[in-house]
Design a protein around this ligand. Structure first.
Ligand SMILES: *[C@@H]1O[C@H](CO)[C@@H](O)[C@H](O)[C@H]1NC(C)=O
Ligand SMILES: *[C@@H]1O[C@H](CO)[C@@H](O)[C@H](O)[C@H]1NC(C)=O
Ligand SMILES: *[C@@H]1O[C@H](CO)[C@@H](O)[C@H](O)[C@H]1NC(C)=O
Ligand SMILES: *[C@H]1O[C@@H](CO)[C@H](O)[C@@H](O)[C@@H]1NC(C)=O
Length: 573
């Protein structure tokens, strides 16, 4: 995976402790000068996250669970502040929240990856252990091939060292008809019922995005199937494809090799053209190496998204220790590059999310891994609090800049819902049109996160309900437009529609607030939005959290629980 236009500065990890004073904020940070690549002299803690994983460089390769440890591999440039020299950095964890960094697992060392080791995935192959497949760059024209690496010592619990055998490497090259500059990001392999291993590799032909399928008996010799498993016109390069089964009923995750009538398959791609991710649900015909999206999901960028905010290059893996599928994405910065240089870091990981098929079988549902709850500290609650139009109530007593909040709102009637205009097909545009200050009927109501004393800054996360001829349309917005006094930020008002039955007259939200992140799960994880924000005033102890209602219909905070969140223990190497 390749972010040519995104120059992220990482600085990181000097081995002396720095004490920074920023607006009264104290912070310690460890930095290693030998890894430092740009001239930042200090690392600003101001907007640094307390419990979201912050790699120095940031999108992920295949995370995996093996022998009691979760492994996170991520793309990282140890030599420069601009994109290049990409290696696979490596951290391990027992619980997906607290992490220890190891030395890089994979770095350019062979003719087949001399110019870079790009994204890929890990597969745990029975009797062999984990095998990493990744994209190697063989020349300065960015010619891409697929390679593999294996642990040097399977008895090392951390799998610290990885080797790239000369035999059978690279495992796949761009043969005739395949664009060698657009041929990357192999998926985790699955094994079909005939014993063939299969992987996908993202590509495009002119403007048509596609995923090629490769097949192998022995995980060494791979053959490309004649047709891509799937393709879609005008979607451009498919980065970081992900392909996996989900159970029709239940939240349990499945091993990537499961197929049959009791599952649907998910095909996700990160579209380089829009910088967002889209997925479809569909049927996988393994004998024909074909995937057909079902008619409930739109194929292309009008379609379903894991997250309607900053969330890209995600990967999922099956966690056999807890029988769940975990989805993990990367969130870039929204501040200008010069601020990244100043603050000395850029890019975070979203909180790992369990993913399963909604009972309506039309979309996925996601929820933060339960391990996150160990960081919950001081708890406050607010129950049965009615909010009239224009009312807002503070959720006081917690660290509002580093918090987890869950809330259920109820209302007695849908009558006052505003008329829905069928022209409003784009949720993000609608959120921009109807912000939290625009009075509505039922909604806007929700949380007001990272608010400063006088509301000069705030990031509202809210619902708004509309009435269409035969149904209600529910909109969820996460609006960064007033999040910071600084003007030159990217401050979108992200939005997504929520496919929910309103018969219960209730809507719920969970927001994970972490200094420069507001990561929201709407209606139990049906519609999710991650926003990056950089308040000037609403920082650390000056940040406040509220519930609010700006609709004419009163709403009730039926139940709200909020926690101060402890920081995770994320160590650098
Ligand atoms: C191959 O992909 C590269 C990189 O995106 C692009 O610049 C080039 O035009 C593509 N070639 C063809 C023949 O489509
Ligand atoms: C979608 O497909 C199902 C069968 O798989 C069919 O019953 C339904 O009518 C189709 N819906 C549309 C809108 O085509
Ligand atoms: C609610 O509306 C009022 C009046 O427009 C506005 O001053 C206030 O900021 C709004 N609340 C939020 C959370 O946007
Ligand atoms: C993250 O940054 C913003 C602002 O610079 C861009 O608009 C996005 O395209 C970018 N997202 C990704 C996935 O790179």
């Amino acid at each position: 995976m390749f972010l040519s236009n995104d120059v992220t500065i990482f600085v990181a990890f000097i081995s002396i402790n720095l004490l920074l004073i920023n607006n009264g904020v104290e912070a310690f940070h460890e930095i290693h000068p030998h890894l430092q690549s740009v001239s930042a002299l200090s690392v600003s803690e101001l907007h640094r996250t307390g419990y979201h994983f912050q790699p120095p460089r940031n999108w992920i390769n295949g995370p995996m669970y093996y022998n009691g440890y979760y492994h996170l591999f991520y793309q990282y440039n140890p030599k420069g502040s601009v994109w290049g020299n990409i290696v696979w950095a490596h951290s391990v964890s027992k619980d997906l929240i607290n992490w220890d960094a190891l030395e890089p697992a994979i770095y350019p060392s062979k003719p087949f990856d001399k110019y870079g080791c790009w994204s890929g995935s890990a597969t745990i192959v029975p009797d062999k252990g984990p095998i990493i497949l990744y994209t190697g760059i063989i020349d300065d024209k960015m010619t891409q091939v697929q390679c593999y690496a294996i642990p040097e010592d399977l008895n090392d619990p951390f799998l610290t060292k990885w080797v790239k055998p000369d035999e059978h490497n690279p495992i796949a090259i761009a043969e005739k008809g395949v664009n060698a500059s657009a041929f990357r990001d192999p998926t985790t392999a699955w094994k079909d019922k005939n014993g063939h291993w299969k992987i996908l590799v993202g590509s495009k032909r002119k403007h048509r995005g596609m995923a090629y399928l490769f097949r192998s008996r022995d995980f060494k010799k791979w053959v490309r199937s004649k047709h891509p498993i799937h393709s879609a016109a005008k979607t451009g390069m498919w980065e970081c494809p992900d392909f996996y089964p989900v159970l029709l009923k239940g939240k349990e995750g499945l091993d990537t090799s499961i197929e049959g009538d009791h599952v649907k398959h998910v095909l996700k791609n990160s579209l380089d053209l829009t910088r967002y991710e889209y997925y479809t649900l569909g049927k996988y015909y393994s004998d024909e190496d074909k995937y057909v999206p079902s008619n409930t999901s739109e194929d292309g960028w009008g379609g379903l998204r894991y997250d309607y905010g900053n969330f890209y290059a995600s990967k999922s893996f099956f966690d056999q220790s807890k029988n769940r599928r975990i989805l993990w994405g990367w969130a870039n910065e929204s501040d200008p590059q010069k601020d990244d240089v100043k603050k000395g870091w850029a890019g975070i990981q979203a909180i790992p999310r369990v993913v399963w098929l909604d009972s309506n079988e039309k979309q996925l549902v996601q929820w933060p891994v339960e391990e996150l709850n160990q960081l919950r500290d001081k708890e406050v609650s607010l129950n049965n609090k009615k909010l009239e139009k224009g009312e807002f109530v503070e959720v006081a007593g917690i660290t509002a800049a580093q918090a987890d909040v869950e809330v259920t709102f109820s209302f007695s009637s849908l009558e006052k819902a505003e008329e829905y205009d069928p022209k409003w097909v784009n949720a993000q545009d609608l959120c921009a049109l109807k912000g939290s200050k625009v009075e509505g009927g039922l909604g806007p109501f929700g949380l007001l996160t990272l608010a400063s004393e006088n509301f000069a800054e705030f990031t509202p996360v809210f619902f708004r309900v509309f009435k269409a001829p035969n149904k209600h349309v529910v909109l969820l917005c996460s609006d960064a437009s007033s999040s910071s006094l600084k003007s030159e930020m990217y401050k979108p008002s992200f939005g997504g529609f929520v496919d929910v039955d309103l018969a219960t007259n209730k809507l719920s939200l969970r927001s994970l607030i972490d200094h420069s992140v507001v990561e929201t799960f709407g209606e139990g994880g049906k519609t999710n939005i991650l926003s990056r924000v950089y308040p000037e005033l609403a920082v650390t102890h000056q940040a406040h959290l509220y519930v609010f209602n700006n609709g004419t219909e009163p709403v009730t905070v039926e139940k709200l629980t909020a926690w101060s969140m402890k920081s995770a223990n994320i160590k650098s190497s």
